[in-house]
Design a protein around this ligand. Structure first.
Ligand SMILES: [Ca+2]
Ligand SMILES: [Ca+2]
Ligand SMILES: [Ca+2]
Length: 289
């Protein structure tokens, strides 16, 4: 086989990963990106809820995206195929929000390129507009390191929907800003285990400038922030990414399948069978919307 077909097989693998994600749907939409989980200590809170610690000891419990001061946060994700993004979910808390959500503002926008880098630009959304559709308790609590059971930092899943962002395949950055009725934050918890944060590449806009989002004001670790992106893939069978459905997309699928690559698992059942050919044919027949 030629180098070209090898290249196509690699591309097919990348796209078929997204087929697997499509098998897991929520809210009537496909899960296009998931930078989770929110908590690495599920069920560890006295209430039976999930626990997040500000780690290591002495670190802050979250990072701010306080919209009054034009603070913003941003995280990256990749779309393997063109898609329409319908909703996004980010997470936030305000200390003292015990009886219900106090976060009442969520602005979002989509960047091509990392915010702050030369050449990066906003491609969808208007972060000054409030698009908060729901704030739901996640049954997750943030606490300072080693302190297990306070409930004063309840984490809410914040959803923006009806976005209608039609975008090509590629790498994007989701940026968000929050506000609420209590003083402080709102803060977004960062990912980590019971000792250390998971090192990430999240960005934070402070005083008009983008910088790495860190878990301590004096240095700290650049963190990773949980978020979810939902929508629909407009041309799921376009495995070689040229925008049209041709015989080469079938060949790309066959290459991935014959390589025994489990990412060719179109129907997401964990095995490579004739049903995956049927699945791919169905997607191919559905065409590009
Ligand atoms: Ca990231
Ligand atoms: Ca194609
Ligand atoms: Ca399968």
């Amino acid at each position: 086989m030629t180098k070209t077909s090898t290249h196509r097989a690699v591309r097919a693998s990348a796209v078929l990963v997204s087929f697997g994600l499509i098998a897991g749907t929520a809210m009537g939409q496909d899960l296009l990106a998931d930078n989770g989980p929110l908590s690495a200590m599920p069920g560890a809170h006295e209430t039976g809820g999930d626990l997040i610690w500000g780690v290591p000891e002495g670190a802050s419990a979250g990072v701010s995206s306080y919209s009054t001061l034009a603070y913003r946060l941003a995280e990256d994700f990749e779309l393997a195929a063109a898609a329409t993004i319908d909703s996004v979910v980010v997470f936030g808390y305000q200390q003292g929000a015990i009886t219900g959500p106090t976060i009442d503002f969520m602005g979002v926008e989509l960047w091509s390129g990392r915010p702050g880098d030369a050449g990066s630009r906003v491609v969808a959304g208007d972060i000054t507009q409030n698009v908060l559709a729901s704030a739901e308790h996640t049954n997750t609590y943030v606490a300072m390191f080693g302190v297990d059971f306070p409930i004063d930092r309840a984490v809410y899943a914040l959803t923006a929907d009806n976005l209608g962002w039609s975008v090509e395949a590629g790498e994007y950055w989701l940026s968000w800003t929050l506000n609420g009725s209590l003083d402080g934050g709102p803060y977004t918890p960062y990912q980590g285990d019971d000792a250390e944060p998971f090192a990430g590449d999240a960005m934070q806009r402070v005083l008009g400038a983008w910088r790495p989002a860190r878990n301590s004001s004096d240095g700290g670790v650049q963190v990773s922030l949980p978020f979810e992106v939902y929508g629909s893939t407009s041309c799921a069978a376009d495995l070689d990414g040229d925008g049209v459905l041709t015989i080469f997309d079938f060949l790309s699928f066959q290459n991935a399948y014959q390589a025994g690559d489990t990412t060719a698992d179109c129907n997401g059942d964990g095995a490579l069978t004739i049903l995956d050919f049927t699945c791919f044919q169905t997607m191919f027949a559905a065409g590009c919307s």
